[in-house]
Design a protein around this ligand. Structure first.
Ligand SMILES: Nc1nc2c(c(=O)[nH]1)N[C@H]1C(S)=C(S)[C@@H](COP(=O)(O)O)O[C@H]1N2
Ligand SMILES: [Mo]
Length: 301
């Protein structure tokens, strides 16, 4: 990568960048009512980057292998076997094989990243992740020039996964990224939250985090990484292609067929908290919009 993304979003030092972005959007949208709107934008930007609590992040989850309710993963994921952990690396790579987690990520730089997280169901959180840039892992395994996409697969442990036994979705859960998305410095392979090991319900021992995409792209408990030439299958895209596209970039102007994506409910905001406007690319527009230049985002949703 040409540059390593610098994390300015710490709890101690609330970033000025989203405030700057809001102001720029206000200016772009005309200066009427600037005073009040700028204040509102500032308040929203600051509250939006206050991390959610450990409790909120680890008890309100989507991990269908452990059930479809938001509290099912915290209740049911205790039996997931995460040690030892093997990740199969195959496809168009120089160094394929069965890697232990330590061999795959040992010696690479662990980052702390506070990211907005936006679920397709129009709720959101802010999560302080610890992890490694996926690009560093891809460079270690050596991507061949014919590779254009990265495919991921979640482990399947039917004896401890009640959702797998009930076949609530076709498993293994699979996801994919275009290679330039995968190599982007914002794309993280998370191994921790709040400096602690990532809990099973959040995707132990290693899961993807792509902060400008809807949450379902961030596949948990990864057991296989494949470099491929063709666009790989993705679980929700395969299950309901009219509702979930391959790209699934957060986009307030492209609604889900059954609900609006223009706003979101911040988890932990309280019963009477007002909804917050959803930001283009979940607030990471200045970093990632160039990846999609010339693409019709209503077609490639
Ligand atoms: N293997 C697997 N990964 C998954 C899912 C899942 O059901 N199975 N759910 C996805 C969805 S819909 C969301 S919103 C996020 C939730 O991540 P969190 O529970 O850490 O907030 O995980 C994603 N990754
Ligand atoms: Mo989701």
């Amino acid at each position: 990568m040409a540059h390593r993304w610098r994390n300015t979003l710490t709890a101690a030092d609330v970033t000025p960048e989203p405030i700057w972005m809001n102001r720029r959007q206000l200016i772009a949208g005309g200066a009427s009512g600037l005073g009040l709107a700028a204040l509102a934008g500032r308040a929203q930007a600051q509250s939006a980057l206050e991390p959610n609590s450990w409790e909120e992040i680890t008890t309100y989850n989507n991990y269908y292998e452990f059930g479809t309710g938001k509290d099912d993963p915290a209740r049911n994921a205790g039996g997931l076997r995460t040690d030892p952990w093997t990740i199969t690396v195959d496809g168009l790579v120089d160094n394929p094989g069965e890697y232990s987690l330590a061999d795959l990520i040992g010696g690479l730089t662990t980052e702390e990243r506070i990211y907005r997280f936006r679920c397709v169901e129009a709720w959101s959180m802010v999560v302080p992740w610890n992890g490694i840039e996926l690009a560093d892992i891809l460079n270690r395994i050596g991507v061949k020039s014919a590779a254009r996409y990265v495919a991921f697969e979640t482990t399947v442990q039917p004896d401890v996964m009640v959702g797998v036994r009930r076949r609530v979705l076709p498993f293994p859960y699979v996801e994919g990224l275009r290679l330039d998305e995968a190599m982007h410095p914002l794309t993280l392979m998370a191994t921790g939250i709040y400096g602690r090991d990532i809990p099973n319900q959040n995707g132990a021992p290693i899961r993807l985090v792509v902060p400008w995409k809807y949450g379902f792209k961030s596949i948990k408990s990864i057991a296989r990484i494949s470099l491929v030439a063709e666009q790989p299958p993705a679980t929700w895209n395969r299950a309901a292609p009219h509702e979930y596209g391959f790209y699934s970039n957060v986009n307030p102007t492209v609604d889900h067929p059954r609900w609006s994506q223009a706003s979101e409910r911040r988890i932990g905001g309280g019963l009477f908290a007002s909804r917050e406007p959803t930001l283009m690319f979940n607030g990471y527009e200045s970093e990632v919009a160039s990846l999609y230049e010339g693409m019709d985002l209503t077609k490639f949703f």
